[in-house]
Design a protein around this ligand. Structure first.
Ligand code: TXA
Ligand code: MG
Length: 363
């Protein structure tokens, strides 16, 4: 199969291109498109054949449910059996946007989409291209991140093609995504409401509306036993063995320099993924190893701009993978705000190998 690429300028969205992508979805084809979080791989959610192909091309286990995307809140009625009263305030505040809500599903939603669960995850994305496509398609669109299973989520059309070229009908290229991490998932079918996946919309922001909301922060605290399905530790893993170092710049830099030397001495090629401040401090320490190609670095944002770290994180992981490193030493700021989601994604890539610098080692 030849994968077509359609370029759409988010500032001047062409109606012909939107119609082409929307009609392809409505026909049951697989279409990757940008959202404000990451690129999604869309399939008509009510078309079981399309949805089963989606699982197949991603290599996604059938027990990992999909998020259904719709253009507006009013479409909820077709998907959810009951909506809690909090939906008005939540949707008013966060939709369209990077929040996914889990609700009890209607029987019309295929079990394939929800992996047999009685609940359905729904999101109204804000990206103007995603909005335009959903409005034109007039069908709910199931869309997981447009990567193959266990690869980092794609934040550009090039990432999508690197994983799925020749296996899906269409990629809509709308440029790099603004947030770079997948949506916050809030489960409204449990009491108290539970954040099952942290994202750009933080628990603090959700608590402004639902004060009782709690978070599953299983990776760093080791307390929660029930992560969201599909949130297994292997979920975001690049090919290299990743270890995460969480903490302030000075102690993290000292520790990462030491680990890099140890790994290089073992004959391993080392990738260091860190914000700008850390890379600057590390540069003189790693220069001898870098000059002989034992250490390569990838920058993800800057500590003073955590949103930039989030936006650039998955591209940096992919860049190191492409350089065939054996190990990745990844730096994360202490979890707070969006850094909570950054630590979460890196911890998954590291399958739990998280070093709390100055603290205990977990995993
Ligand atoms: O930002 C995003 O959420 C992106 C864009 C494309 O919208 N989508 C995305 O989808 O990240 P995906 O498939 O990579 O992650 C969806 C996750 C599942 O792995 C699962 O953890 C959770 O959503 N999920 C979906 N339906 C659920 C349900 N009924 N109950 C609990 N968790 C659910
Ligand atoms: Mg995913």
């Amino acid at each position: 199969m030849i994968t077509r690429v359609l370029r759409i300028d988010a500032g001047a969205i062409g109606s012909r291109e939107v119609a082409a992508a929307a009609d392809a979805l409505a026909r049951g084809e697989l279409v990757a498109f940008p959202t404000e979080t990451v690129y999604g791989l869309g399939a008509h959610a009510m078309d079981e054949w399309a949805v089963s192909r989606l699982f197949e091309v991603k290599g996604r286990p059938a027990n990992d449910p999909l998020i259904v995307h719709v253009a507006e809140v009013s479409a909820l009625a077709d998907l959810a059996e009951t909506v809690p009263p909090s939906i008005d305030a939540l949707s008013h505040r966060f939709w369209p946007g990077a929040l996914t809500l889990i609700l009890f599903k209607r029987s019309s939603v295929p079990d394939l989409v929800t992996a047999g669960r009685p609940t359905v995850a729904v999101r109204v994305p804000a990206h103007p291209i995603a909005q335009a496509i959903l409005r034109h398609a007039r069908v709910p669109v199931a869309a997981p991140s447009a990567n193959t299973y266990s690869r980092p989520s794609p934040t550009t059309a090039a990432h999508v093609l690197s994983d799925l070229d020749g296996r899906i009908e269409l990629v809509v290229d709308g440029g790099a995504t603004a947030i770079g991490l997948e949506s916050t998932i809030l489960d409204l079918t449990v009491n108290p409401p539970l954040v099952r996946r942290p994202g750009a919309i933080t628990l603090e922001q959700i608590r402004a509306i639902l004060p009782a909301a709690e978070s599953l922060n299983q990776v760093l605290t080791g307390t929660a036993a029930h992560p969201a399905p599909g949130q297994s530790l292997r979920h975001y893993a690049p090919r290299a063995r990743v270890t995460v170092f969480v903490g302030e710049c000075a102690p993290v830099v000292a520790r990462v320099a030491q680990e890099a030397r140890t790994a290089a001495a073992r004959g391993e090629k080392v990738g260091v993924l860190a914000p700008q401040e850390d890379l600057l401090a590390l540069a003189p320490m790693l220069a001898p190893l870098a000059s002989v190609g034992r250490v390569v670095t990838a920058r993800a944002g800057a500590r003073r701009e955590p949103d930039d770290v989030a936006r650039e994180l998955f591209a940096a992981l992919r860049a190191l993978d492409e350089q065939r490193v054996d190990v990745i030493l990844a730096v994360a700021m202490p979890p707070a705000g969006i850094a909570t989601a950054i630590v979460d994604r890196l911890s998954r890539a590291a399958e739990g190998r998280v070093v709390d610098v100055g603290g205990v080692r977990r995993g």
